[in-house]
Design a protein around this ligand. Structure first.
Ligand code: AMP
Ligand code: ZN
Length: 443
């Protein structure tokens, strides 16, 4: 079976056939970095990382672009609140985002463009749209003219009335049509801005992704993905900009959208007190347990993130790592067919996980888990994981105690060797004596 993916454009599953079989190109919308990202933001990163891994197994070349939005009103407000520059804020938050996503086992994308480095591309693209009649300048703004595009709205399938109702929140006297959206806006003197033919200003959000994807992937490419909330207006408007600027019938061939992550059945929000950043979760839970939980639901379905779910995910990984322990399970095996079959069906990760449960051979388990970015570490390292700030003995203290215990056993001082074992146990460290020596884990 070959890869089939659900395309939001057609609302149907379609066989995946890249525009160029020698080079697959995909773009995933990244976060706006005004703070640490929340666990919902990690869902598209992890889901589409599974896709990236799959494409890399099948195609000679894959270019994966995942942007960082480092200019936005929320960023401007936060920098003022913190009393720091925008650059200081975004370099810290984007660095934390990149390292947190790596810790979640997401492979680094081939390109991670930051919007502020592409303003010249955005200005050039807006200029093109003005020149070809798809955009107009008004009061320091440049707006995309929605009526200039006959099939605007194809992705979100919104009617003209719905579009106008949706755009009403942004009523502005300079709009010729209520559905028109901003490509460029003026900046006050104390706001970040760049020179442009329309005066000093800054780009609208949608044009960022059109410009960065064109720069790194070309005018048309294979896959464009992000969360469900981006279908309208963000992706609809990206399509309008890119197609109108370049004159192609498509921007991307396949549009993929992940469902939302909820916390214990509720929408995550600061006011409900159920808002978790990836950064703080990584302090308290092993990264692979978080990742496994994110993959337990199909990416298009809602995902309920719960404490029990995390505990269960950790128990599953304890079992899998237990099966690998002391075995020679080096990577090298190809991904088992049962796992590939599940992923071929629109990235059916829950099915892939149950396929992993059915694998008896440790090397196959390891290879299958690798397709999901799981079982990436040495089993001993997994069992030694400890939450940040925990008071127990360090790895070195444990190793020293084990050596002392071995010496006691050699000297046939079993009272002493038992005492050492019991003392470690009281501190949450379990020793296991095997044929090849003593291993340990934190309980
Ligand atoms: P934002 O910074 O809000 O643009 O979000 C970055 C990415 O995270 C986008 O692809 C969003 O669709 C996605 N996202 C935001 N919140 C959630 C959530 N609760 N569940 C799943 N994806 C989300
Ligand atoms: Zn985008």
């Amino acid at each position: 079976m070959s890869l089939v993916i659900y395309n939001t454009l057609s609302r149907d599953k379609e066989p995946f056939a890249p525009l160029d079989a020698g080079h697959v190109r995909m773009y995933v919308c990244g976060p706006t970095v005004y703070d640490y990202v929340h666990i919902g933001n990690a869902r598209p990163v992890v889901a589409f990382d599974v896709l990236y891994r799959l494409l890399k197994r099948r195609y000679p070349r894959v270019t994966y672009v995942r942007n960082i939005t480092d200019i936005d009103d929320r960023i401007m407000v936060r920098a003022v609140d913190n009393g720091e520059t925008i650059e200081a804020l975004t370099s810290r938050t984007s660095g934390a985002y990149q390292s947190d996503m790596l810790r979640l086992g997401a492979l680094a994308p081939d390109v991670e463009p930051r919007a502020t480095q592409y303003v010249a591309d955005m200005v050039a693209m807006i200029r093109r749209l003005v020149d070809n009649g798809h955009a107009y300048a008004a009061e320091g703004h440049v707006l995309f003219s929605v009526p200039s595009m006959s099939d605007y709205g194809r992705l979100s399938r919104r009617s003209r009335d719905e579009l106008v109702a949706g755009a009403r929140v942004e009523v502005a006297p300079y709009k010729k049509d209520p559905a028109d959206f901003v490509l460029w806006k003026p900046s006050a003197d104390d706001q970040p801005g760049w020179p442009s033919p329309w005066g000093r200003g800054r780009p609208g959000w949608h044009i960022e992704c059109s410009a960065m994807s064109a720069r790194h992937l070309g005018e048309t490419f294979d896959i464009h993905a992000g969360g469900l909330d981006l279908i309208f207006p963000h992706h609809e408007n990206e399509i309008a900009q890119s197609r109108s600027a370049f004159g192609h019938a498509i921007m991307a061939k396949y549009w993929m959208h992940n469902g939302f992550l909820n916390i214990s059945g509720e929408k995550m929000s600061k006011s409900l007190g159920n808002f978790f950043t990836v950064h703080e979760l990584l302090d308290q839970h092993p990264a692979e347990a978080i990742r496994l939980l994110l993959l337990t639901a199909h990416y298009r379905q809602p995902l309920d993130f719960t404490h029990e779910g995390l505990t269960q995910a950790k128990a599953t990984l304890d079992r899998w790592y237990g099966a690998l322990r002391g075995k020679d399970a080096r990577l090298g095996n190809s991904v088992p067919q049962s796992v590939e079959d599940a992923l071929n069906d629109d990235l059916n990760t829950p099915l892939a996980i149950s396929a992993l449960h059915a694998l008896g051979d440790p090397a196959e388990l390891r290879a299958g888990a690798n397709a999901l970015g799981l079982l990436q570490q040495d089993p001993e390292a997994w069992f030694r994981w400890t939450p940040a700030g925990s008071a127990g003995p360090s790895d070195a203290e444990i190793e020293t105690a084990i050596v002392a215990r071995q010496a006691a056993r050699k000297a046939r001082d079993f009272k002493e060797s038992d005492r050492i074992r019991d003392e470690l146990k009281a501190k949450g460290v379990i020793l296991e004596d095997g044929a090849t020596g003593t291993t340990w884990k934190r309980g």
